[in-house]
Design a binder for this molecule. Structure first.
Ligand SMILES: Cc1ncc(COP(=O)(O)O)c(C=O)c1O
Length: 406
């Protein structure tokens, strides 16, 4: 007899949250640590959103439960933003408000998966997907992607992973940790592939507003409307409006799946905090100017980070087109000594950077790739420059292969 369930024992805590927590602990102990670890904007939530929340918190109407699917006005605003669903206007019935987008990922798995059902996903993957699948009885099936293909899935790779147990495919564009952004044609082919085989598509669109250069965002059912009957969208206010702590996201999809998700919410959390929902409503319907200001700042920092990383021996960093992460390949450094310490894995390297450069990064192992690091550029310009110079300093002390020659 095992003491805990096999489901709970099959997962571990979020590695990205753990590194952020470690950086915060070191800071609390008085050490200066610059964190490239967090997946959250450094900006405060825009003032008009905070003011809407303050007004709501003083109004007894917002001191109560909301319906489990969310505040009706918020669901309507989300539906209006989605536009149409299966060639009809999207309505509140297509939307459930969730405790952040992470909860929406969990609910998508909860309403789709039976024990043993397989879910296809690209590796590197966002750290939560495999565990959300496993917690709901499913089996993650990883499909390796590489830098040459900009870390994107294609139909041939999906075909090779298909089995009679395949139930769904997770797509994420812009992607975390790679920052890769699919073109509309690429998404259309993948959705069509899933549709022909009767599979569901779970499309994580949480970074929809964060695309740069010539990249543009398109939602999966807008690329291929026929998938709407078997498509679930994940989204929320966390990244776009610098609202990670407010915990408001949503799951959108066909009405039967959304009804099932709301049933789960009704037993699990009842509803998302009422005041936070009022804030999210203001985020969606209020002034949008700060979204652009933040995006421009991320874009500038993105270029600063890519330039700095590309100048370091052993680090190869393609330019990410979306989200707010760089995903450098550090495999050339592995197997060497850095500041005198043996570094065999990305985790070893992350530890050295924390100890000797006072810089927190997430080792690629958290995303299924032991040869990469993930660095968020959602931090202040000053910290960004200081952190990158610390990183540069430590990584210039690598006993490179050619240093053995003479
Ligand atoms: C790809 C992806 N999906 C979902 C989430 C979850 O967002 P939220 O903070 O709204 O739960 C994140 C956050 O890191 C993410 O990177």
């Amino acid at each position: 007899m095992h003491r805990l369930s096999s489901r709970a024992s099959s997962i571990s805590g979020s590695a990205t949250m753990a590194v952020s927590a470690r950086a915060a602990e070191l800071r609390a102990a008085g050490r200066k640590v610059i964190s490239f670890a967090a997946g959250e904007p450094d900006f405060p939530t825009p003032a008009h959103i905070v003011e809407a929340a303050a007004r709501a918190s003083a109004d007894p109407r917002f001191h109560r439960y909301t319906p489990s699917g969310g505040l009706p006005e918020l669901r309507e605003a989300i539906a209006a933003g989605i536009g149409s669903w299966a060639s009809e206007p999207a309505t509140s019935a297509n939307v459930a408000v969730t405790n952040g987008a992470k909860h929406a990922v969990f609910l998508a798995c909860a309403v789709l998966l039976n024990p043993g059902d397989e879910v296809l996903l690209a590796r590197p993957y966002w750290t939560t997907y495999p565990d959300a699948i496993k917690l709901n009885g499913g089996v993650p099936v990883f499909i390796a992607t590489d830098e040459k293909a900009d870390y994107k899935l294609d139909v041939a790779s999906l075909d090779a992973a298909l089995t009679p147990r395949t139930r769904a495919v997770i797509l994420g564009s812009p992607g975390n940790p790679t920052g890769s952004v699919y073109e509309p044609d690429e998404l259309r082919l993948l959705a069509e592939w899933a549709d022909r085989r009767g599979l569901w598509v779970i499309s994580d669109e949480i970074y929809d507003h964060l695309v740069y250069g010539d990249a543009s965002f398109v939602s999966v059912p807008d690329c291929y409307p026929a998938i709407a009957d078997r498509c679930l969208l994940i989204n929320g206010v966390s990244k776009t409006y610098a609202m990670t702590g407010w915990r408001v996201g949503w799951l959108a999809g066909p009405k039967d799946a959304i009804r099932a998700a709301i049933n789960v919410i009704s037993h699990m959390t009842s509803n998302v905090a009422n005041v936070a929902q009022a804030a999210a409503l203001e985020a969606l319907v209020g002034d949008q100017r700060e979204v652009d200001v933040m995006r421009h700042a991320f874009d500038r920092r993105r270029r600063t980070m890519v330039d700095a990383l590309s100048g370091i021996w052993g680090v190869s960093c393609p330019e990410p087109r979306g989200a707010f992460y760089c995903w450098p390949d550090v495999s050339a450094i592995l197997g060497h000594r850095v500041v005198g310490v043996d570094v065999d894995t990305a985790s070893d390297l992350a530890q050295v950077l924390l100890d000797y450069a006072q810089v927190a990064v997430i080792p690629g192992e958290a995303f299924g790739s032991p040869t990469h690091l993930r660095l968020s550029y959602a931090l202040s310009d000053e910290d960004l420059v200081e952190g990158l110079s610390g990183l540069h300093r430590v990584l210039s002390d690598v006993n490179r292969p050619h240093s053995h020659v003479h």
